[in-house]
Each structure stands twice: as C-alpha cells, then as structure tokens.
Design a protein. Structure first.
Length: 418
C-alpha cells in the first residue's frame, strides 16, 4: 500500500526541516516510551504483590469463631461460636471436594522465645501437617511437622529463618537444640523459610514457631476446642463456590441463623487473589489510557508536520499531478511519510523503554528481596507487539488529514502558487 520503495525521497522530505521533525518525533518517542515504562512498572508491582501470596494455595479457605448478631433457636445474640475437633472432622466428611485441612491454634501469651542469653518475641502457632499443603514453605534444615508429632503430642517445633538468625550463631547446629517459649521447652526439628517475604495470614513470615496443634491445645487446656480451620479444595473445585456452602453447613451445625452474616467468619485466598487481579486489571487499563493519551499528543504533532509539509510541497504535488500522478500515488506518498516518521520514533521509544526497564531491574537486584517494591518490571512480547500495531495505526490516522489536503490540490492552482 505504501510507497516505501522510494524511501530516499520519503526520508529527504522528513528531514527537510530537521528541528521540526525532531520535535515531532520526540513527541511520539516520549508517548511510546512512557507507555512501555509504565506497563513494565505496573507488571513489576503486580509481580511483587502477587508474589506476596507466596505459594499459598489460592484454592483454600479459612474459618474462624465469631459472635452471633441475631437470636436463633432459643439462643440470644452475642453468643460466641467455638469450633472443636468434631466440627473439623465433620466438614472433611461432609464435603468430599476438600482435599486436605488443618486445625489451627494460637499460642499467643506464652512469652518470649529464649535460648541462652538471646531472646525474641515471636508468634507460636499450632498446626497439623496438612497446613504445609495450604501454605508451603522451604525447609532449610530438618523437617516439617508430621502425624506422629500430632498423635504423640511431642514438644517439637519448626522455627523461621529469622528466628534462627536471631537466636543462633552463624554455622551453629540448630537441629536438636532446645528453645524455651514462656515456661515450655521445645526441641527444634526444622528451620523453614517462607516463600513470601511480606505476606502471611497469621503473622510476619519467617518469624513464627510452628508446633503440633495437639501439644499446644494440651498446654492451653483447650480440650477439643480449636481457633481456626483451614481447608484446601481439589484443583478442579472452585473454593469461591465451596466456601459459602461450608459456611451454611457450619451455621446449621452450630445453630446460627442463616441470615446472620457474622456468626461464622471465613475468608478465602481465592477471593483475595481475585481482588488483586481486578486491581491490576484496572491499573493496566489506566496505564494504557495514559500512555495512549500521551501517544495521541505525539500523533497530533505528526499530523501537523505533515500538513505543513503538504503546504510547502504544493507546487511539487501540482507538477506531479500535471505529469499524470494519480490520487493514489499522492496518497501513498503522504501516508508513507507519516507512517515512517511515527514508526521510527516509536520503535526507538520502545527500545529505550525496554532498556530503561532492564536498568531498573539491574538496580533492584542490588537490594535485598524484602526491600524492593518491584519484581521483574518487564513488558511482555504481546505488549511490544500491541505497541507496534498502535504505532502503525496511529501513523495511518495521522496521515489521513494531510493526505486529504494533498488530494484537494489542483494542478493549475498549484503551478501558480508561490
């Protein structure tokens, strides 16, 4: 469609007024550059925040005790709903869609963790082995809790990496050592590192002490009571649909009004993940709106310079028309110049934007992972392709008005123009 074979003539026309062309090209360059950089930064923020979920199973949900807000079945409102082992087992039995679960008990108030002269304040949590499937972590040393630890109510624990760094000397043997939490002594059987640096459901990652849920319940004289229940559904099951069914079942089991929205507390990581996705969908849309707006301003400049060029070449166009040049030939010439000007400056903008993101990535790698706010701020191949398509289409649109103006030039009038 375009007369790109005659590229020397096109390039001569574009560079006829160097200052004007440079300023116009910079407008297009800046629009594309900002679009690429903002898209890359948006991806970096998204990668970081989604990464904050660590490797949590997004197909999992948590259920916890609340106070009722409505009277029901002879009970007054304000009744505290307390779960127990039987409730946990009943959910597992009632819903075959549940793959695995874990009862959870808090160890708040036990006291600081102490080892020799060193001590620190950390959170102690009682879990079953199933919680490892819901919130996987990297075992650096030793092992995770197992079923024997639960059944025998062993006083063993798995500590976070930060706790190890706080309470132990470098290269000191951790496994088999003893730490005291409050008045209770625990043997360390493992050290973990959370995949997430800043996100955790129950506390600061890498600063928690995991102990068998059965042991912690016995220490707190809780009997068969539990604080939380966590369940993971099979991959083929949508937890967002399963969660309300479990809530309804627990309401019925614990005699809570079906219309009481506070009696049974719950949240799902799937819901959190979907909210993140919606947030970044809106952010990406905003980035494209701003970027395209900036690019549009540059394309207006391209259209203006082409109008000026057409005006300056009135006699030339008139002569070509007098010599038999068809309107399509003139149209191809003007449109080609517009596309070339937009494309060259735009592709340079894409390259500069990608280069900037590479430098940002290199700079971020000099900081500890927990200190950075962006993770791999790069643009995808599809984004680059989309930007290239936008450039070509924009170049075409920018050349429409000048082309129309050129086709309106009559040969006789043009030859008399000065």
């Amino acid at each position: 469609m375009f007369d790109l074979d005659n590229w020397q003539e096109i390039w001569t026309t574009i560079t006829r007024n160097k200052l004007r062309s440079i300023l116009t090209a910079f407008g297009v360059f800046w629009g594309v550059y900002m679009l690429v950089v903002m898209a890359g930064m948006g991806n970096g923020i998204q990668n970081k925040m989604i990464g904050e979920l660590g490797k949590f199973s997004v197909n999992s949900a948590f259920f916890y005790s609340r106070n009722t807000t409505e009277p029901y079945a002879g009970f007054a409102k304000g009744r505290e709903i307390v779960y127990n082992d039987a409730d946990f087992a009943a959910v597992i039995k009632q819903f075959p869609e549940v793959e695995i679960g874990s009862a959870i008990v808090f160890g708040d108030g036990l006291g600081d963790a102490v080892r020799g002269e060193k001590h620190g304040t950390y959170r102690t949590m009682g879990y079953a082995p199933g919680f490892y499937e819901i919130n996987p972590c990297r075992i650096l040393k030793g092992r995770y809790l197992n079923e024997v630890d639960i059944s025998d109510k062993r006083k063993v624990c798995v500590i976070g990496k930060k706790i190890m760094n706080d309470l132990y000397a470098p290269n000191e043997d951790v496994l088999g050592s003893i730490i005291r939490v409050g008045s209770v002594y625990w043997q360390v059987i493992g050290v973990y590192e959370d995949y997430s640096e800043n996100f955790s459901v129950f506390g600061n990652p890498n600063q928690m002490i995991y102990v068998p849920v059965s042991t912690l319940k016995q220490m707190r004289n809780m009997g068969d009571k539990i604080d939380f229940m966590a369940f993971k559904a099979y991959d083929a099951v949508n937890m967002a649909e399963l969660e309300p069914r479990i809530v309804s079942y627990l309401k019925e089991r614990k005699s809570v009004s079906p219309t009481d929205n506070e009696g049974v507390g719950s949240f799902s990581l799937k819901e959190m993940f979907d909210k993140y996705s919606m947030l970044f969908g809106g952010l990406n849309t905003l980035i494209w709106i701003v970027g395209l707006g900036t690019l549009l301003a540059g394309m207006v400049g391209v259209s203006n310079i082409m109008l000026v060029t057409v005006r300056e070449r009135t006699q030339e166009i008139g002569i070509r028309r007098a010599l038999g040049a068809t309107p399509m030939v003139i149209l191809k010439q003007i449109m080609s110049e517009s596309v070339v000007l937009a494309s060259i400056s735009g592709f340079i903008g894409i390259a500069a934007g990608v280069g900037t993101l590479i430098l940002v990535q290199w700079f971020l790698e000099t900081f500890p992972p927990e200190k950075i706010v962006l993770l791999n701020p790069q643009v995808s191949f599809m984004t680059a392709v989309a930007a290239a398509i936008v450039l070509i289409v924009s170049g075409l649109l920018a050349g429409l008005l000048p082309s129309k103006r050129a086709l309106q030039i009559k040969a006789i009038e043009a030859l008399h123009d000065e």
